[in-house]
Write a protein that binds this ligand. Structure first.
Ligand code: DMJ
Length: 461
């Protein structure tokens, strides 16, 4: 069975030169070959989810994550697992119709998940994975225990916002409320409102929404008056930028995502305004359009001067956001660029220099963003080329990242040397978006807003 309907590998070699990378993109834009059996592809994704989930259950049950090569457990915090993988994966099981697995997992979490722990956690990660996962699973099942646990968690996280600026500290102790680390960034400050806001709406406690929104606005208000850009480091006590480096990658990425999505989920006009004000700055200073295609690089937030021509797996979320914001043409072109990055070595690296099409940072963390964008673009355009992208990515994941016990990160996408880690977002996001790409009816796309960890939230209020 040949799944490669268009030959991407020859394109890959050619893509070593930027000019030819652009040719690779346009070659991919023409549908060719027989149509894809979406049902069969969805079944394949579901089977791979079960492979990863069963691996977690056998090698790491009761812990946060699985090390899928050594088949050993990994916890984020010493002696205090908070079941990162089960919480992050629960709504994927529900969406995939894995009813028995979902029922057992939900019962386990109802009985066991307890946030009364003397551990200092990362507010951002706990919010997007655990709070988002609990809220989404609650909305999909109506289980009141999940909402009660989300409320308990939200209350324990609230002290993070007690800084002079209202922007959250990085860490908070779940038992004592002690906060630490004022050195944060727009993503960690601004990627809280979907989860805290939903919690407010469902519990009728406005404090969650209000604190998270104040933090989001605080970042926006500190954007450069000259360019409209934000940097990738900020001190939440002084409000001063600690890094002027501006881009759409890690440390900034989901700040922009939430400006748009908070308008969609809550109808919040301030968010709509902030998104509308931010996009022109991104397009003016970060966009890089040339013979090598459309890319988004880095610039100094104060001058707008280009500082780097790097793009990576995290930036690959942006076509989804552009498409959602109505910028379909840009979204399609950028997704072609992301896919050229994926096919350079069979799996995308953490980052490349898009001018020379060379790898800058060669690891692969099982990241979902490129699939997320393929899913959104397929939903908005119904162009089968996005199904083929998903099919090729799935083939490559199976070829390079699958292990006896699950799926693992790659240390190096050029040599395909494997690491030993299965991040929970692989089950929460990468496999969920792949499944939804082939089985779109499994979820009502037009009535949900995904948080940045792919947990669908529904406006029920
Ligand atoms: C996830 O935790 C989220 O998608 C976040 O917004 C970015 N990083 C990972 C996936 O790459």
């Amino acid at each position: 069975m040949t799944r490669r309907l268009v030959a991407p590998r020859p394109c890959v070699i050619a893509a070593a030169l930027a000019l030819l990378a652009s040719a690779a993109c346009s070659a991919f834009s023409k549908p060719a070959g027989p149509s894809i059996d979406r049902k069969a592809e969805a079944a394949r994704v579901r089977a791979e989810f079960l492979h990863a989930w069963n691996g977690y259950k056998q090698g790491a049950w009761g812990h946060d994550d699985l090390n899928p090569v050594s088949n050993t457990p990994r916890d984020w915090y010493d002696h205090a697992p908070i079941y990162m993988t089960p919480v992050d994966s629960l709504d994927t099981m529900i969406i995939m119709g894995l009813d028995e697995e979902a029922r057992k997992t939900r019962r386990f979490l109802d009985d066991t998940l307890d946030f009364d722990r003397d551990i200092s956690v990362k507010n951002f990660e706990i919010t997007i994975r655990i709070l988002g996962g609990l809220l989404s699973a609650h909305q999909l099942t109506n289980d009141p225990v999940l909402l009660a646990k989300a409320d308990d968690l939200g209350r324990r996280l609230l002290p993070v916002f007690d800084s002079p600026t209202g922007m959250p500290y990085v860490n908070v102790n779940l038992k004592t409320g002690a906060v630490s680390d004022p050195q944060s960034n727009p993503a960690e400050v601004g990627t809280l409102l979907l989860e805290f806001g939903t919690l407010s709406k469902l519990t009728k406690k406005p404090i969650y929404f209000d604190k998270a929104k104040r933090a989001l606005v605080a970042i926006f208000d500190r954007r450069s008056a000259t360019t409209g850009l934000v940097g990738d480091g900020i001190d939440v006590e002084t409000g001063a930028w600690t890094s002027a480096s501006s881009h759409i990658g890690g440390a900034i990425d989901s700040y922009y995502e939430y400006l748009l999505k908070c308008d969609r989920l809550f109808g919040d006009k301030d968010c709509a305004r902030m998104w509308r004000a931010s996009l022109p700055a991104i397009e003016k200073y970060l966009e890089d359009d040339g013979p090598a295609g459309l890319w988004y690089g880095e610039a100094d937030m104060n001058t707008g001067a280009r500082t780097a021509t790097t793009f990576g797996s995290l930036q690959a979320f942006f076509p989804a956001v552009l498409a959602m914001g109505g910028e379909l043409k840009r979204a399609r072109r950028l997704q072609d660029s992301s896919f050229a990055m994926w096919t350079l070595n069979g799996v995308e690296p953490e980052s490349i220099d898009y001018k020379s099409m060379t790898v800058v940072s060669g690891g692969y963390q099982l990241r979902p963003e490129i699939v997320e964008s393929a899913y959104y673009l397929y939903r908005y355009t119904r162009d089968p080329k996005y199904l083929r992208m998903g099919q090729i990515i799935l083939d490559d994941l199976i070829r390079y990242c699958r292990t006896e016990h699950g799926y693992t990160v790659l240390r190096n996408v050029v040599t395909h040397e494997q690491g030993d880690r299965m991040h929970s977002f692989f089950l929460a996001e990468t496999l969920k978006y792949l499944y939804l790409l082939f089985q779109p009816d499994a979820l009502d796309f037009s009535h949900v807003v995904f948080n940045t960890e792919a947990h669908p939230l529904r406006r029920t209020w």
